[in-house]
Design a protein around this ligand. Structure first.
Ligand SMILES: Cc1cc2nc3c(=O)[nH]c(=O)nc-3n(C[C@H](O)[C@H](O)[C@H](O)COP(=O)(O)OP(=O)(O)OC[C@H]3O[C@@H](n4cnc5c(N)ncnc54)[C@H](O)[C@@H]3O)c2cc1C
Length: 597
């Protein structure tokens, strides 16, 4: 179903009778040209949108065709935003072309997401109407939707009203019509989600893997380009199918392992892979998840996924959040778990709990060329970058602030990083030595480190790592140092606020118990990845991707035993622990039957 809605407005009490309305969702354009579909902030701004991520060079026009039911004069609104309002021209400007005419109005110039009036145009219903988005800057212009109406009534803006209006316009029933049934539904295809799907599938489960990107791997993907660190623990065979080499963060070498990962996951007949599908709700009854609802990010098509067991590997703990799982966010007070480290005092663990978390990053890089390369002036970026000059960005390019949520304010955080990058590169270009430098790659996806942590039967803490505590159900093993980040601006306010520092604690090998991998209060929900059950300081070590991958594999095996005995995740610990540990041990040596691959 294409998200292009044409309605004669007899149905709508809120808008005049006999008006003709057409809503064109930008992400559903026939040809996005150089614009990218950006679904990262759907929960905050309401929809995937088209993003003109040209790194300073205007991108190719996006285009689509529309058939109108009625000829006449139409008013046009475009849902867009100026992502850096201020004393300068908006960075992300664009125009709308309807048939052969480019409308005069420059779009992308209103503060905050909302409808910008674009003008009026004549439509002849006999001809197909061609619409194009004409990018003017290459600096992340945004178009969510285009609305044509014969009446000049601005569509609703508040998130709730807008969602209801869209739903009414699409005549979309409350629940998705198509129901898919599986043994295990895994949401989020980072390393953790991929490993959970593989382990479950190898044990014969019918698995759905729902992932909102076109490629798998989350932060390890070629889209974000973080290399995988940590050890394989008990799950070397599985993790080698999806890991990466140790290339420098941000390196194009990440592409080399992308194909391996995608092909290996696709090779399992009993994994149904839903790429470009984003889960948007989870419905629970009596503390058990019944369904996960998901939407195709381009077309808007919806499906409902049901299963006896679910894995939340979204990083942000979305499934748990929607289902009503207990979760935490921010730093615990030092007394909560006794996570004291004298050397770093408050920076490590505060007296009072607060909202501080490790920040999110946007990786980027430039390259030297044989000829001079220009880069536009970016006055809107300078308040963030100030006089900082750089030509490449590593993991330290990171942003967090206690008044910003890494979930609710993720678009602002991503945009802050874009300003830091474009401004710092522009500063570097002023140096003669960089005259041939070309901005090669800037991710538009925000790489996250920490947000919601779902609460399980055991909360893994820094002390568990520091003391190398052994647990009867210690299924994940890690040796890598614990590292927790802070923004360098906290030490000296003259430091840029987009650069972080890491505090490393090198301790013994440590173990994560199975009890940290299922929800305390949602009986059929597993979690794997950075949203597993841990404290803020406890996350410092296990957040790396081979450790999160181990978590995924561990829950995949647990799910297969849950199915075998028709029990809930907790009962694997209370009643079937030895069999579970034996299963993990056996899979290290036993050849997986080809029927299960
Ligand atoms: C710059 C940077 C440097 C780092 N350095 C390292 C390093 O060197 N080595 C290392 O191993 N780790 C490193 N980390 C940490 C590591 O990348 C993360 O902790 C890890 O990726 C978390 O894994 P995950 O599977 O939980 O989440 P992710 O890797 O974020 O995967 C979750 C995936 O789920 C998808 N998703 C989210 N919500 C939904 C939804 N509703 N529906 C469908 N899909 C959804 C997301 O698109 C995402 O791709 C770094 C992180 C950053 C940002």
């Amino acid at each position: 179903m294409k998200k292009l809605l044409i309605v004669t407005l007899l149905l709508f009490s809120s808008i005049s009778l006999f008006a003709q309305d057409v809503l064109v969702e930008a992400e559903s354009f026939d040809n996005p040209g150089g614009w990218l579909v950006d679904p990262q902030f759907v929960e905050q701004m309401g929809s995937p949108y088209l993003n003109a991520h040209g790194m300073g060079k205007p991108v190719k026009n996006a285009s689509t065709k529309v058939n109108f039911n009625k000829s006449g004069s139409y008013h046009i609104w475009v849902r867009t935003m100026n992502w850096v309002p201020g004393e300068w021209e908006a960075p992300g400007k664009f125009q709308l072309k309807v048939n052969e005419a480019v409308l005069d109005t420059v779009l992308g110039t209103r503060s905050g997401w909302g409808w910008q009036y674009a003008g009026e145009t004549k439509i002849n219903k006999k001809n197909e109407t061609h619409i194009e988005l004409v990018d003017l800057t290459g600096f992340n212009g945004r178009c969510d939707a285009i609305y044509f109406s014969t009446k000049k009534t601005t569509p609703p803006s508040s998130p709730k009203k807008l969602a209801a209006w869209r739903q009414e316009l699409a005549a979309e029933p409350n629940a998705p019509e198509e129901l898919k049934t599986y043994d295990l539904v895994v949401v989020g295809g980072g390393l953790a989600g991929c490993a959970a799907a593989i382990a479950g599938a190898e044990q014969g489960l019918k698995v759905a893997l729902i992932h909102d990107r076109p490629v798998l791997g989350g932060n390890a993907s070629e889209e974000i380009r973080v290399h995988t660190e940590g050890i394989y623990g008990n799950f070397e065979r599985i993790l080698k199918k999806i890991d990466t080499k140790h290339y420098p963060n941000g390196s194009a070498e990440s592409k080399l392992d992308q194909q391996k990962r995608d092909e290996n996951v696709k090779s399992y007949d009993n994994i149904d892979l839903f790429l470009n599908w984003r889960a948007y709700d989870a419905i629970s009854e009596e503390n058990s998840v019944k369904y996960v609802d998901a939407r195709q990010t381009f077309t808007g098509e919806r499906k409902r996924f049901t299963a006896p067991y679910f894995v939340d590997s979204t990083g942000d703990g979305w499934i748990g959040f929607w289902a009503g799982a207990e979760f935490s966010y921010g730093r615990e007070s030092v007394d909560t778990y006794g996570e004291y480290w004298e050397e770093h005092g408050e920076l490590w663990s505060p007296k009072e709990a607060d909202n501080a978390v490790m920040g999110s990053s946007v990786l980027w890089g430039s390259k030297d060329t044989d000829s001079p390369q220009s880069f536009p002036e970016v006055p809107w970026a300078m308040p963030v970058s100030k006089d900082y000059a750089e030509v490449n960005g590593e993991w330290q390019w990171e942003f967090s602030r206690n008044d910003l949520s890494q979930i609710d304010d993720a678009e602002e955080i991503r945009d802050h990083m874009l300003r830091a990058i474009y401004g710092s590169f522009s500063n570097a270009k002023k140096d003669e030595v960089n005259k041939n430098r070309k901005l090669e790659w800037v991710s538009y996806l925000v790489g996250k480190r920490e947000s919601r942590r779902l609460v399980g039967d055991h909360i893994f803490t820094f002390n568990d790592a520091k003391e190398g505590r052994e647990f009867p159900d210690g299924v994940v093993i890690e040796k890598r140092a614990v590292d927790v980040h802070y923004q360098t601006v906290l030490e000296d306010e003259k430091n840029p606020d987009f650069i972080s520092e890491a505090l490393f604690y090198r301790g013994p090998q440590y173990y994560i118990p199975y009890r940290s991998l299922y929800s305390k209060n949602i009986s059929n929900l597993f979690m794997a990845g950075r949203n597993f059950s841990c404290s803020h300081a406890g996350l410092g070590g296990p957040r790396v991707m081979l450790t999160t991958g181990q978590m995924g594999a561990a829950v995949g095996y647990a799910a297969s035993l849950c199915k075998k005995y028709e029990v809930m995740p907790r009962e694997i610990y209370t009643g079937y622990l030895q069999e579970y540990l034996d299963l993990i041990e056996e899979q290290k040596y036993e050849k997986i039957p080809t029927s299960k691959k």
